[in-house]
Design a protein. Structure first.
Length: 363
């Protein structure tokens, strides 16, 4: 049984608890997870007796390559997706069709209801996403490779930084190196933030030059076969001021303690609390406004979230980021982020870029 068949089998076991005979998967990421198909504009019907992927002629060859053995309906040029889906559902003989409430639009819900007047539509949530929370060996290997690609690309770019380079130019160089090391590209739009701009947790690259401040925040990740990494490091291009050393030390202590707290059975909120307590004690509590981290996988933000409101307990196979930060308007910000795998005995840090502040200095 392939990994995709195993995933679909687990999904089918969850359908009964959701009160559905089958599930129409409309979230393209979930379609990829369940089939291996990397295209879009395609829906998947999963039920105990049939699995059919509905697509169009643009993807006919790609589907044959990526999803050999899977039942596929290639709708004609004049056939609307809604009509093709309705035909597949009727042929499957489903009385109660589950739909992904977080993916389906109100318009599609209404049109499905009209086309499937004899069937009941059942709103579902988290059926596939719940499976994606715990990664299998293949997924972990892909994420580990994505972390390696991110590290190698960063090391090359960091070694060639010059004061006249802009944030945008650095981002372009970083993407080129990611691809050179085998990545599809970035896993998300990178954050390259010089000096005071590092106080913006989600700053977009601009024409500000690296040499305009003593430090720059890098937040980037690689997309490897659809699976992503997510790292953040500080690069010092000038002198290490006492303030930078103090703030950086607080963030690093918070991250180190939080990573040590990652283990099976530990609540996500408790891991967040470990880091936040250190930041608050140092007097920077109000300057750490986001959650400690999040899951990664096929998407850069997945469950579970490491936050004060997340009661989920960690399980082996989960991969989360641990990324405390302190952001001081007018001065800048410091964030340190790693990708951490929950193992049976504790944790494994998948990213391995140095965090020693003195080693963050470039010539």
């Amino acid at each position: 049984m392939s990994r995709f068949e195993t995933r679909r089998s687990k999904l089918i076991k969850r359908l009964a608890r959701a009160g559905a005979d089958g599930l129409l998967v409309t979230d393209f990421t979930n379609v990829t997870y369940l089939t291996g198909f990397t295209g879009d504009d395609s829906y998947l019907l999963v039920s105990p007796d049939s699995t059919v992927l509905v697509s169009d002629s643009r993807y006919e060859i790609q589907l044959a390559e990526e999803c050999a053995g899977l039942d596929v309906l290639i709708r004609g040029r004049k056939t609307k997706m809604i009509d093709a889906v309705a035909d597949v559902v009727k042929q499957a003989g489903l009385d109660r069709l589950g739909v992904e409430a977080t993916s389906i639009t109100l318009d599609l819900w209404d049109r499905l209801g009209e086309k499937l007047a004899g069937q009941t539509l059942v709103r579902t949530s988290n059926l596939v996403e719940g499976l994606r929370v715990v990664k299998d060996r293949y997924e972990i290997d892909c994420i580990r490779q994505a972390a390696w690609q991110a590290r190698r690309a960063f090391e090359v770019v960091r070694s060639s930084l010059t004061p006249d380079l802009t944030e945008r130019q650095v981002a372009a160089r970083l993407e080129n190196e990611l691809r050179r090391f085998g990545a599809i590209g970035f896993s998300f739009p990178p954050i390259i933030a010089v000096g005071p701009r590092a106080a913006l947790p989600h700053a977009s690259p601009t024409d500000k030059k690296i040499g305009e401040s003593d430090f720059t925040l890098f937040d980037w990740g690689a997309n490897n076969l659809g699976y992503v990494s997510d790292l953040t490091r500080m690069v010092v291009t000038g002198r290490i001021s006492p303030k930078l050393r103090r703030v950086y030390g607080v963030v690093l202590n918070a991250q180190t303690a939080a990573i040590e707290a990652v283990a099976p059975g530990v609540a996500c909120a408790d891991v967040d609390r470990v880091a936040r307590k250190i930041v608050v004690k140092a007097g920077y509590g109000k300057h750490f406004g986001h959650g400690l981290g999040h899951g990664i996988g096929l998407q850069v933000h997945e469950a579970p979230g490491l936050s004060s409101s997340e009661s989920t307990k960690l399980k082996p196979g989960m991969v989360v980021t641990v990324e405390p930060g302190i952001y001081l308007p007018g001065w800048g910000g410091v964030r340190i982020e790693d990708d951490v795998l929950v193992t049976r005995s504790g944790r494994e840090v998948l990213s391995s870029v140095s965090k020693d502040l003195d080693q963050c200095v470039v010539g």
